[in-house]
Design a binder for this molecule. Structure first.
Ligand code: FS2
Ligand code: SF4
Length: 541
């Protein structure tokens, strides 16, 4: 196996024996084959579009989910991947019949098989290292990882019946382009930036889907203690799953708690009417083993990040959507899009209430609409010098000790600075008592990682208010933590919006070759992180 798509990749170079995340070599190979066949299908859909044909939303969504299932910590069920490879080949073979000229199609679009043995054999030849030139490989993977992140956001929007065929067409064109040996490095750099443009469009679509369906996030205090009744813990990013779970638990005597990236659900007005929606339990994804243990009730994983579970709570762990774990019950939607969570609710009724691990409240809900309502107050604070600088510290949290940097950094920031956050990176500092500036909390949480879009909108609004030409003239610094591929699309989107000098940590991606890293450094001022002290000095210069 060879995989280097996430920040925790072995030795900061690549997982070759077994994934640090728990991905086995066999799973890694079949995931590689799913990506390869999805690229092949995309080459066919792209050729059909060029021929003037329309591609159905069903096929677009299928491709989206294929990408999403291969994101770090999304799905550890080998069987799902075999099934999806067979289905992908069958969809592709059906579409091929309508294509008039197949002469320029790559092997990935023409290859097919109908036995597991043939799949296993092919999977050995289609991994990342099949691209020999390290710069081409680096750019191809940068694009594919960005597309995986974008696919996750598209899937959430699609769940709420928001769609954009143009984004799907681009995603497929870009996937197909990563098979094209005639493209130059410059072509691939252009495609990388275009991926960022569609990243912005995808996040905007999801923002419309979330706010159009559930209202605009508003300032909210979220309880982090527990109640006295049994509970269900819901994790991941899918708000439609949460809505259905809340509906189905009414009157059952079972409470619902959020975990990790589901925390921002509390900020949406639509969920406030549910009295059994108690609060948030625990922290970022990587602490789930201890926290799922002490929660004592069932857990529903709606998306990544799921960690292969300990036997002690595996029977309480349920997956849905793009997630999967061999041996855990997976809840599928019916033909009307309804998911029946009865097995989870019935199990919860037999469980003890959660063990309290902390008490108190955290505050959030500072997405674009809410922050713009506070714009006058914020602008005034900037003009008076009460706020000297904003720090965008969005992204992901993770296991590595080096990430304590972000807690230390938040603590060491001068009291006249404000942190703008989104994603599970927030857990590194959202429970510190960092105080406020004239009533504005010093940590403003916009929401999930996709709500980094809100942070970009806020920055663009401030640029307008202060009548600046360039977003980089704002008193705003970017110190972003990354872990998986959604952070890659957020990064590419920020680059597309013209943001310069982003610091990315705790380590730079292993998939950036020295030459590609150089391009990012020279053109965008991308940098890693240093010591807290040095970085603060640098940022405040
Ligand atoms: Fe955190 Fe994991 Fe949100 Fe990432 S919960 S690293 O999926 O997408 O952020
Ligand atoms: Fe390694 Fe990350 Fe790939 Fe898992 S997703 S195998 S940890 S690089």
């Amino acid at each position: 196996m060879f995989c280097y798509q996430c920040q925790e990749t072995a030795g900061c170079t690549g997982c070759t024996q077994f994934g640090v995340c728990g991905k086995s070599p066999a799973l890694s190979r079949i995931q590689d084959l799913l990506i390869y066949t999805t690229k092949g299908l995309s080459a066919v859909t792209t050729a059909l579009r060029a021929q003037g044909e329309e591609i159905s939303a069903e096929v677009n969504h299928y491709i989206t989910i294929n990408l999403f299932t291969t994101i770090t910590n999304a799905n550890f069920d080998d069987e799902i991947f075999y099934q999806r490879v067979f289905e992908t080949l069958s969809i592709k073979n059906r579409l091929l019949e309508n294509l008039k000229d197949t002469s320029s199609l790559p092997d990935a679009a023409l290859w097919s098989a109908d036995t597991r043995e043939a799949l296993d054999e092919k999977s050995l030849t289609v991994g990342v290292l099949r691209t020999e030139n390290e710069d081409v490989r680096s750019l191809r993977e940068l694009i594919v990882y960005g597309l995986k992140g974008l696919a996750a956001y598209m899937k959430h929007a699609n769940e709420l019946r928001y769609d954009n065929a143009e984004i799907s067409a681009f995603m497929q064109k870009a996937l197909a382009a990563t098979l094209d040996d005639t493209l130059s490095i410059d072509d691939l750099i252009g495609l990388t930036l275009e991926t960022g443009k569609f990243g912005v469009d995808g996040m905007a679509l999801l923002d419309s889907a979330n706010t159009g369906t559930y209202g605009n996030p508003e300032i909210t205090k979220v309880n982090i203690g527990v109640g006295s009744r049994p509970g269900i813990l819901i994790s991941g990013h899918d708000l439609r799953d949460l809505e259905q779970l809340l509906e189905q638990t009414q009157g059952t005597g079972v409470d619902v708690y959020t975990h990790s990236e589901m925390l921002p659900a509390h900020y949406y007005p639509a969920f406030k009417k549910y009295k059994n929606f108690i609060g948030n339990y625990g922290n970022a994804w990587w602490k789930q083993k201890e926290e799922f243990e002490s929660f004592r009730g069932p857990i529903l994983m709606t998306t990544n990040c799921v960690v292969p579970p300990a036997a002690s709570y595996k029977n309480r762990l349920f997956t849905t959507g793009a997630t999967g774990i061999t041996g855990c019950v997976h809840i599928e939607r019916d033909e009307n899009g309804i998911k029946d969570f009865t097995p989870i609710i019935e199990l919860a009724k037999t469980c003890e209430p959660p063990i309290e691990i902390e008490q108190g409240e955290i505050i959030g809900g500072f997405a674009h609409n809410q922050v713009l309502q506070l714009a006058d107050q914020i602008v005034e604070a900037v003009k008076s010098g009460a706020i000297k600088k904003f720090f965008v510290m969005a992204g992901c949290d993770g296991r590595q000790k080096a990430r304590n940097y972000y807690t230390d950094f938040a603590k060491a920031l001068p009291k006249d600075t404000v942190i703008l956050t989104a994603g599970c990176a927030k857990y590194k500092y959202n429970k510190l008592d960092l105080g406020d500036i004239n009533g504005i909390p010093r940590v403003l949480d916009a929401g999930q990682c996709n709500d980094s879009y809100s942070l970009a909108l806020i920055a663009l609004k401030l640029k307008e208010v202060f009548e600046l030409q360039d977003i980089n003239e704002l008193p705003l610094a970017f110190n972003i933590a990354w872990y998986e591929q959604k952070a890659v699309i957020v990064l590419l989107s920020l680059l597309y919006l013209g943001v310069k000098n982003i610091h990315l940590g705790p380590t730079l991606p292993a998939f950036l070759s020295p030459n590609v890293a150089k391009v990012l450094v020279e053109n965008f001022g991308i940098a890693g992180i240093g010591t807290v002290e040095d970085d603060i000095k640098l940022f405040l210069e």
